[in-house]
Design a protein around this ligand. Structure first.
Ligand code: NAI
Ligand SMILES: O=C(O)C1=N[C@H](C(=O)O)C[C@H](O)C1
Length: 248
């Protein structure tokens, strides 16, 4: 049986690619495409089972609110997540047993692997910094991927009993050392011509290790989105990260 799928944010950079990917998948049926100004009722009228939500940090919560209160599973890659937002969606999911929500900071398999490798390397190096580089139209900084990567690294360091990193900087301009995500400096570059890139740099006495990933086209995110759609319907509750649907 085919799954009835909608794309919310269907005219956007990633949403328009998702429309093509869902249309090309033999086991999925694209039954609704929503853009800014669309009414969420279009989802229920079309009998949508899974919504792929790819919009904007200001739009994602109302969209999830509607879907999760109308029996629609959701796969979202939209950024802007905070602990408060996670708590809110957990509450909505508690009221909707059986419904699944996948929040994926990154749908690209390479990026997910890069995060996993960084998590593994974290406890072996004294120093670590994350540099993310994106196109010049990106709404948020640092990226969702970089934030999640830094959080995973910080958790792995803490679990291994590593002390907080020392920053010797006493002079300079504000911002020069990047954003502090759980003690990990994260630097965000915005540049026309780029798409989505990240390097995690580890350092210790006499050596460095750099884990770099590059998304060169939005097609890089499509296998992950399709996997998410197929898996979310059989995975109730909140799933944070595509890695949970991969045999890692
Ligand atoms: N998790 C992942 O792998 C990826 C996540 N993203 C994230 O996805 C989001 C969208 O990124 P882009 O496509 O580059 O942005 P974009 O600005 O090109 O597209 C967003 C689209 O959503 C529409 N939109 C905004 N509010 C809406 C609403 N309430 N209802 C329906 N449509 C609405 C906009 O009109 C626009 O067409 C961002 O948060 C970005 O960081 C992007 C690429 C990969
Ligand atoms: O806005 C983007 O383009 C991307 N957003 C996600 C993020 O913030 O991590 C995923 C990927 O980096 C592309």
């Amino acid at each position: 049986m085919t799954l009835r799928v909608a794309v919310i944010g269907a005219k956007g950079r990633i949403g328009s690619e998702a429309v093509k990917a869902v249309e090309a998948a033999p086991d999925l049926e694209l039954v609704a495409t929503l853009g800014r100004g669309s009414k969420p009722e279009e989802l229920t009228e079309a009998g949508v089972q899974v919504a792929v939500e790819l919009t904007h940090p200001d739009s994602v919560m109302p969209n999830l609110d509607y879907c999760l209160h109308h029996g629609i599973h959701v796969v979202t890659g939209t950024t802007g997540w905070t602990e408060d937002r996670f708590a809110t969606v957990r509450g909505w999911l508690d009221e909707a047993p059986g419904l699944g929500l996948l929040i994926a900071p990154n749908f690209s398999i390479g990026a997910v692997l890069g995060m996993k490798f960084a998590q593994t390397a974290a406890k072996y190096f004294e120093s670590v910094e994350v540099v993310e580089l994106h196109h010049d139209r990106k709404a948020d900084a640092p990226s969702g991927t970089a934030t999640r990567t830094a959080q995973l690294i910080a958790a792995a360091r803490a679990e291994a009993g590593l002390p907080p990193q020392q920053d010797p900087t006493t002079h300079g301009l504000p911002g020069a050392r990047g954003a502090d995500v759980d003690g990990v400096p994260v630097h965000a570059v915005r540049l026309r011509g780029l798409l989505a890139h990240q390097q995690v740099m580890f350092g210790d006495t006499g050596e460095t290790l750099t884990i770099r990933h590059d998304s060169l086209h939005h097609s890089s995110f499509m296998p992950g989105i399709l996997l998410g759609v197929r898996k979310v319907v059989e995975t109730p509750g909140l799933t944070l990260g595509l890695e949970n649907f991969l045999d890692l």
